[in-house]
Design a protein around this ligand. Structure first.
Ligand code: ZN
Length: 227
């Protein structure tokens, strides 16, 4: 660069800097919504098939520790002898939902009448024990069950499906690291995640995986919600 061009280059640079600063200030002032994408992400942790004595209480401990609320879809017959655990779920601010009274598919889905009896029996146990009226429902074994879903909605229930799993039922004998990774993989790219987990007796690795699953979603900017 020749000597006489140096002051010229400095002047052009200065003008450009002033211009960019001006545009930058305008952009910042008009774009407070740049953070909205983060706040929009939400994750619902859901636990089916409990209550169980050890696993449900360990899951409640982890949720407490991380200050996260979750949703538990209850099997009515499993409440007997675990009434305190059911009460604890409600007392700690989590949502109790109906899953089934028996969890025996052949009986539940035998007819609409049998189905509704199963739902009512489970709801009655929840209400009598925890003193809360359940208003959310999850079909045992999944599926849409259009007509039954309509009947339930008519009774005031919200039907809850899922779009991510930790894999505790899908992957035989999965360890906690596998469950964490499966939750991350199946939730990837979803703004609203409904994560299916299980708190019935065999699922100790689910309780072990939970703190890391929570930390992952927190680090990704998800808000934790319960139904
Ligand atoms: Zn189930």
């Amino acid at each position: 660069m020749q000597k006489k061009f140096v002051p010229f280059a400095v002047a052009v640079l200065a003008i450009l800097l002033i211009l960019f600063a001006h545009i930058g200030a305008r952009l910042t002032a008009s774009a407070p919504a740049f953070t909205f994408a983060e706040a929009e992400r939400e994750v619902y942790l859901t636990f089916d098939d409990g209550p169980s004595t050890v696993v449900t209480n360990r899951i409640l401990d982890a949720l407490n520790e991380e200050n996260v609320k979750a949703t538990f879809f209850i099997v009515g017959e499993r409440v007997h002898g675990r009434e305190e655990t059911l009460k604890r779920i409600a007392a700690e601010g989590h949502t109790l939902g109906v899953h089934s009274n028996t969890h025996r598919y052949d009986e539940i889905y035998a007819s609409d009448k049998a189905f509704l009896q199963d739902v009512s029996a489970c709801a009655a146990i929840i209400e009598a024990t925890a003193k809360v009226k359940p208003r959310v429902y999850r079909f045992p074994g999944g599926g849409k069950h259009k007509k039954k879903a309509e009947l339930l909605r008519g009774m005031g229930y919200e039907i809850v499906f899922w779009n991510a799993v930790c894999g505790d039922e899908e992957i035989p004998n999965a360890d906690s690291a596998t469950l964490v990774q499966t939750a991350i993989d199946t939730a990837k790219g979803k703004r609203k995640v409904v994560l299916l987990c299980h708190d019935s007796a065999p699922h100790v690795p689910t309780a072990e995986a939970l703190p890391e699953i929570i930390r992952h979603f927190r680090a990704e900017g998800y808000a934790f919600k319960a139904f």
